[in-house]
Design a protein around this ligand. Sequence first.
Ligand code: AMP
Length: 224
Amino acid sequence: MRILMIAPPGAGKGTQGALIAAHFNIPHIATGELLRDHVARQTALGQEVQAYLDRGELVPDQIVLDMVREAMIAAKESGGGYVIDGIPRNMEQARAAYQIALELGMTADVALHLQADDAELTRRLLARAALEHRSDDTAEVIAQRLALFHEVTFPIVAWYRDRGILLCVDAMRSAREVGREILAALEAMRPSLDLVSSQERPPLDLTSLGNAFGATSSAAGRSE
Ligand code: AMP
C-alpha cells in the first residue's frame, strides 16, 4: 500500500497518517514532523529551516526532496509500502517526488485528499495551539498556511484525479469517523491495487497544470 496524503493544515493528516501506517504496517513519512524534529534538536538543518516553519512558508524544495528520497529508500528496504504526508506541496515537488518514486519503482497507489473548510481548519489549529504550542499555529501564520495550500498545493489534486488514484474523504467529522471511512475505503481498494499497479499507468504530466501553479508556486517554493 503506497499512499500520498494531500490535505490542508488542520485536516488531520498527521493523525490519519499514523492510523493508516499502523493499520497496514507501513512507514509513516511526515515531512512536517521530520522538519520539526530537526528544529527541536537544533541540528544545522533545523537552524536553516526554523524561520520558514515559524512563518508558515514552504522550506526550499531540495531539502524536503532529499528527506523524502532517504525515507523512501528506507521504506523500500522494509517492504515497499508507505504513507507520505506533507509532500508534494507544489508542482516542482510533485514532479520531483514522482521521479524519485519512479526510479525506486514505488509510485503511489492512492492519493488521499482530506477535505475541510477553512473556518473549521482554523478552529482546529487554534485549539491545537493551546495544547501543543507549535510556533506556526498562530492566527496570522494559520491564514498564511491555508492560503498557500489553496494557491499552490490544491491544484495538484486534479492531477491525481486525472490519473484515477484520487480518494477524497470528508474530514469535517471526528477523527474517529474519518479514520474509519479511510480504512474502509483503502481496504475496499486493496484487492485491485496490485492489478492496477501492474498495468501501465499514463505518465503524469504536471506541466499541463502550469498556469494553475504559475509564478506563485516558485515564489512559494523559494519562500519569499
Ligand atoms: P505540516 O506539519 O505538514 O503542516 O508542515 C509544517 C511546516 O513544515 C510547513 O508549514 C512548512 O513550513 C514545512 N513543510 C512541511 N512539508 C513541506 C514540504 N513538502 N515542502 C516545504 N515545506 C514543508
